[in-house]
Design a protein around this ligand. Structure first.
Ligand SMILES: Nc1ncnc2c1ncn2[C@@H]1O[C@H](COP(=O)(O)OP(=O)(O)OP(=O)(O)O)[C@@H](O)[C@H]1O
Ligand SMILES: [Mg+2]
Length: 233
């Protein structure tokens, strides 16, 4: 379980720089970004298109290595690990909800949620936890339905449940409310606040003022051209 007993932050981002070669020139996408994410926080990353939000999520979630600097997950340094080891740390420490959701649409909701358990072998307690998540997110009725038949809001909630099956200390979401109506967007905001209060950090990149202004958000990070301007709420 994600307990509050760890003294380490869920994620520590220290002097992260990300440079890329775009085929013509070397560009700095993230310029010396530092912040900490504590358990219980729901933090929004806001900023114009192209400011580096998605890149920042990928670096914080150990999908991408920084060019320099370090990302610690639950106190564990990740940036200089080989990819196979980093992938293993990532699987234990981070839940992702990608912008395009990425469900396996031939599988049922339940089986999609259990996918991250497959490398270790799905145990009966995993299925029990998956069913608790289905119930928590109002998905019990679609548990055995292939996800290709689900609505946008349902698909979003299946992706959220899947990201939580390994009980990660850090949950990362990219534009989770982009295609949802007001009621669904508000409901996702409320659920993310509850998920943070379970004792993990939740980091969300969004343009959506409905999410950025929702009551459960504990902090907003403003990203402008790869630089961070932290504003405490
Ligand atoms: N692999 C890559 N190769 C070339 N350029 C990249 C790559 N990844 C990101 N970029 C560039 O880095 C900048 C930041 O991209 P990123 O997707 O992180 O921005 P964003 O804030 O998420 O934007 P949006 O709000 O549109 O999703 C953009 O200028 C993008 O074109
Ligand atoms: Mg983006």
């Amino acid at each position: 379980m994600a307990s509050g007993s760890h003294r380490e932050a869920s994620a520590s981002v220290r002097n992260v720089v990300k440079r890329i070669w775009d085929g013509r020139e070397r560009r700095i996408i993230l310029a010396d970004v530092s912040f900490e994410l504590e358990r219980g926080e729901l933090v929004v990353v806001r900023g114009p298109s192209g400011s580096g939000k998605t890149t920042l999520l990928a670096v914080v979630g150990a999908m991408l290595s920084p060019s320099s600097g370090e990302v610690l997950l639950d106190g564990e340094p990740t940036s200089r690990l080989r990819e196979a080891h980093r992938a293993e740390v990532r699987r234990r420490k981070v839940g992702f909800v990608f912008q395009d959701i990425q469900l396996v649409d031939g599988l049922t909701s339940l089986d999609n949620i259990l996918l991250p358990r497959v490398p270790d072998g799905v145990r009966p307690e995993d299925t029990k936890r998956a069913k608790e998540l289905l119930e928590r997110f109002g998905l019990l009725d679609v548990s055995d339905v292939p996800t290709k038949g689900l609505s946008g809001g349902e698909r979003q909630r299946v992706a959220l449940a899947r990201a939580l099956i390994n009980d990660p200390p850090l949950l990362v979401l990219d534009e989770p409310t982009a295609h949802l109506d007001d009621a669904r967007a508000l409901s996702i905001a409320k659920q993310l606040a509850e998920v943070a209060m379970d004792g993990r950090a939740v980091l969300v990149a969004t343009h959506d003022p409905r999410l950025a202004r929702s009551s459960g958000v504990t902090r907003i990070l403003e990203l402008v051209a790869g630089k961070l301007d932290p504003m405490l709420l």
